[in-house]
Design a protein around this ligand. Sequence first.
Ligand code: ADP
Length: 413
Amino acid sequence: MSEQNKILVINAGSSSIKFQLFNTIDNQFTILCKGLVERIAIKNSNFIIEIANGDKFIKHEVTKDIPNHLAGARVVIDALRQYQVIADFADIKRIGHRMVHGGQKFNSSIIIDDKVIAGIKSCIPLAPLHNPAALEGLSSFQELVSHAKHVAVFDTSFHTTLSEEKYLYSVPYDWYKSYEVRRYGFHGTSYRYILEKLTNILNKPKDKINTIICHLGNGASICAIKNGKSFNTSMGLTPLDGLIMGSRSGIIDPSIHGYMCSVNTETTIETITNDLNKSSGLLGISGHSSDLRDVLASSNDKSHQHHLQSQLAITMFVQRIANYIIQYANDLANNVDALVFTAGIGENSAMIRQLVIEEIKVLNLKLVASKNDDQYNDYLEISDKQSQIPIFKIRTNEELMICHDTYNLLKNI
Ligand code: ADP
């Protein structure tokens, strides 16, 4: 295997670094290992690496103190060597980094240089939690693997095709002009991956595909894609807008901030923003968990302390998804090639898919229950022939998409 063709994909969050290492030969990508450094700068940091072995992965896990991102990056690099995934640092020549917010500056993935770093820094006010963490991940790997070339892949760039009437909020126009207040949209890397998959599944060129993709994970959003381009999406200025999520509120009345500050003297804009991000969504309504599996279990268990709240959380979660699908079918003039469910919940929860489809009354959508429940690897069509829109569950792979972009941008360099 050529050592030159290893691509490391990094997704650095505020207290974590997720990574995957790929081997590339002739435009074919094989995963060599994947893993996670978690609880960075928190007690009992944890490191997990899973090394590919045929169809399976062999997992190693270590608990140790990891005080910052640089130390976390060092743990990753050392582990690649220790477990003989690579022979040397020198094997890693290309690194792709997930960047959450590219603002209006980045409409595609890009090779990182000082100007790009300055551009990402200038987007920090738009993503104060995400962009600094990703930049810290970047600088750590730049320091440790100084010979490598780096690429930035943005969650937002796929949505730069939104038209003005879709991306503007109905607020004073100067907020947009002076402060870039607008809808940006996220999960673009996942949507691009699913779109590529659909070109094969539907045997249709990308620019002819109209689809509605439900990316339902802890973070959740929906995207309407028209002629292969993002046409509408549920997340906005930040990833807080839109659907009900694990711990994020999604859409709320914008007056809630002011109201809460006026009735509770301990409340500030910061505490509200924190609660809307971390204590709302499935967690807030169910009263006990942001994890859909827990909420589904308690909603089915009458003896559970939070049984009724959990049922309510599921109902609200499902209704909002259904309403977006209806709106986006209308946006696409009912000309939809595929409705897709993806990410942790979308890929794995037959119950949520079924409840969402049952909730949609104005379109004639029909699932085949056995297919909805079936095991699958990559994708499966789960709708009945009579369904007005074909429905699929498709496993997303954002890391592979980042790897593709990194390969394509750097292949001739
Ligand atoms: P993110 O990447 O946004 O952190 P994921 O895409 O990993 O999130 O999705 C996490 C969500 O997927 C959790 O709510 C989890 O409960 C849900 N999930 C994962 N596997 C299953 C499953 N088998 N059945 C139902 N829900 C699942």
